[in-house]
Ligand binder design. Structure first.
Ligand code: NAD
Length: 309
């Protein structure tokens, strides 16, 4: 299968590496000059625990790719998705399936502007990865992938083929009957931990141990659940709370990606696609979302204070 990974940061490199190792025909597409240069010069370096592997893998800027592909796997940050799809439209032909594995909410609306609905596959993954330096990806841990075609009549067969391809690569993929639920559930976990840890400059255990955490977390979950229902996604609020608190206990020492992006690396965050999406949709639906709205404003304020790029 000819696969383009659109957005070859940490996760794009992980998926590109694993799929190439499994024999797929993969190209990476990215815009970070130092990263592209390093991969072209030294190959993609992949660090997993004590071992480092080097993989020769083609990497291009969006304007350099022209050959049509069977599947595009999008792995940009949320705010770059539309721009990336616009820039790579030359490789998306009428049957190319485009898979979205980004964190966050509302990406199906962005995808629809660039890709016919029959070719959109939505997904979610709990694999993780990091970047140690340009051209050097850090793996570790294990994960799963869930995908589902937006229009099952036209997209399910190829999505199931892609599940098989991912499984050959060890990605633990499955075809989901309700991927939006899984996407919202993960976003709700991120919505309680990411911004709170970034604003408070603390890890998950430190935040969840405070006497005020429960009131904040419970209200954020309530707002996510209410807006999800209006988006046609049914989430049981009590179950979601249980899920979030159980998850928080397993990763107490972890600094979520928004903390890493904002506080450690002074990069823009995906807040508009987490709490910000809930606040925006809440306003449209007439649902009060005061905590999500304020958290979004505080993160944007911090982005400005830190003069992020
Ligand atoms: P990333 O930040 O590693 O990469 C995103 C883009 O930023 C890439 O184009 C990359 O080249 C560029 N980039 C990365 N570091 C840079 C730097 N220092 N300077 C300039 N450019 C840089 O993003 P990611 O972690 O791969 O995430 C992609 C999507 O997957 C996001 O929606 C994220 O929330 C989601 N996700 C991430 C993880 C994870 O563990 N990293 C897990 C699940 C989902």
């Amino acid at each position: 299968m000819k696969i383009a990974i659109a957005g070859a940061g940490a996760m794009g490199c992980r998926f590109g590496y694993m799929l190439t190792k499994a024999g797929q025909d993969v190209v990476l597409i990215d815009e970070w000059p130092a990263h592209i240069e390093a991969i072209r010069t030294n190959g993609l370096q992949v660090v997993d625990g004590d071992t480092t592997d080097t993989l020769q893998i083609p990497i291009y800027r969006p304007e350099e790719v022209h050959e049509e592909v069977d599947v595009v796997i999008a792995f940009t940050k949320s705010m770059k998705l539309g721009e990336m799809l616009e820039k790579i439209k030359a490789i998306i032909h009428e049957d190319t399936k485009v898979v979205c594995l980004l964190n966050g909410l509302g990406h199906e609306y962005t995808m629809e502007k660039y890709v016919p609905r029959k070719n959109i596959i939505m997904g979610v993954t709990i694999w993780t990865a990091g970047i140690n330096a340009p051209g050097v990806a850090r793996l570790g841990g294990t994960g799963t992938v869930e995908i589902q075609a937006v229009e099952e009549a036209s997209g399910r067969a190829i999505a199931e083929e892609l599940v098989a391809v991912m499984n050959q690569a060890g990605l633990n993929a499955s075809y989901s009957e309700d991927v939006l639920f899984s996407i919202w559930r993960k976003a709700c976990v991120n919505g309680t931990m990411n911004a709170t840890c970034a604003i408070l400059d603390a890890n998950i255990g430190e935040v969840f141990d405070t006497t005020t955490a429960e009131a904040v977390v419970d209200q954020i979950i309530h707002e996510f659940v209410e807006v999800a229902h209006h988006e046609g996604v049914k989430i049981d609020e009590a179950e979601m709370k249980n899920y979030v608190y159980t998850a928080s206990n397993k990763v107490r020492a972890h600094y979520p990606s928004m903390h890493q992006d904002l506080m450690q690396n002074h990069r823009f965050t995906e807040i508009d696609y987490l709490n910000g999406f809930v606040a925006k949709r809440g306003l449209e639906y007439g649902i009060p979302t005061p905590y999500c709205a304020m958290i979004t404003q505080l993160i944007h304020a911090k982005e400005q204070i830190l003069k992020v790029q």
